[in-house]
Write a protein that binds this ligand. Structure first.
Ligand SMILES: O=C(O)c1cc(C(=O)O)oc(=O)c1
Length: 306
């Protein structure tokens, strides 16, 4: 392998590094969901965090980008850094314009802070409703944050479990900025992709034409799990029909990313090369892949280059 990808102690040690994908990414492809963690001695983790990750640096992320064949990244603030966006901003500034960011903001953030984040490359905020990751923020506070970012043209990335959608639906639909749903709203993939649970999610996407969906994280959503270590590169097949439904119905509103470095996965450490090989299964034509990997993320995060 010719990559300069280096492993850090911790869960990244579980595997020898990502394989080279068989699928060649189109030129200009964006990894639209990934994180940086720390390093903790420079950018301490938040006291209120629910987990402590291993360090996952910007240098490693950029090496992974090059190894897999991506051109750009969207770095999403992870809950373990709370509302301290310094590690994110540091990575964005070091990227030379090749990364945009999604931050976490409290309602008391000042306009000067928002402007500074914008200048660094932040284009969205993240609202997390996954109970194992955060203590729920009051909805009124989230609304205030949304109102604060609206003049900057930012969007809100929302992360929730499928079971919580009925409760969240009206609130989410009332948020006055575009929405980007993380990880397909975490469907139960043991259920029928044509059944009422996933249909309710698709119905949510249909409710406004500015709701985007990340068809990401087969490694988190799969019940069948990773492939056996026998050279077979067709992984996480049970997630394919779910993701494919979304890609085919909303080709102009889907995004894809690796979710590197895969926090909180306890059963296996995914191979990012294999994750890239998942893409042609969910986006079976060249046109769909161009939208998913290049055109859509460019329109959302680099509209000036669109
Ligand atoms: O499912 C997760 O554990 C997870 C956690 C975080 C985070 O801690 O921000 O982000 C993700 O995209 C996924």
């Amino acid at each position: 392998m010719t990559t300069s990808f280096e492993r850090t102690p911790g869960w990244l040690d579980w595997y020898a590094g990502p394989s080279r994908p068989g699928f060649r990414l189109p030129e200009g492809a964006v990894d639209a969901h990934c994180h940086v963690f720390g390093p903790g001695d420079e950018f301490p983790y938040a006291p209120e965090r629910k987990y402590t990750p291993c360090d996952a640096s910007k240098e490693q992320l950029f090496a992974l980008r090059d190894h897999l064949g991506f051109t750009r990244n969207v770095i999403v603030q992870a809950t373990c850094h709370g509302a301290d966006n310094s590690a994110l901003v540091d990575a964005l500034r070091a990227s030379g314009g090749l990364a945009r960011g999604v931050a976490t903001l409290r309602p008391d953030a000042t306009d000067a802070e928002v402007r500074e984040l914008h200048e660094a490359g932040v284009r969205g905020v993240r609202f997390n409703f996954v109970k194992r990751l955060v203590d729920a923020a009051p909805r009124q506070e989230l609304r205030e944050v949304a109102e604060k970012i609206a003049p900057y043209g930012w969007h809100a990335v929302v992360y929730f479990e499928a079971a919580d959608l009925p409760d969240l639906r009206d609130f989410l639909l009332s948020i006055p900025v575009p929405l980007v749903v993380d990880h397909m709203g975490r469907p139960d993939t043991t259920k029928d992709p044509e059944g009422p649970g996933f249909e309710a999610f698709l119905d949510f996407l249909r409710a406004r034409n500015d709701i985007w969906c990340k068809v990401t994280c087969p490694e988190r959503l799969s019940a069948s799990g990773p492939p056996a270590l026998d050279g077979e590169r067709n992984a996480y097949g049970d997630v394919v029909p779910f993701a494919r439904r979304v890609v085919e119905e909303f080709p102009d509103r889907v995004l894809w990313g690796t979710d590197w470095p895969h926090p909180n996965l306890t059963d296996h450490m995914p191979d990012d090369g294999l994750l890239v090989d998942f893409v042609p299964h969910i986006a079976p034509t060249r046109g769909l892949r161009q939208k998913l990997l290049v055109d859509n993320p460019t329109r959302l995060y680099w509209p000036e280059a669109d």
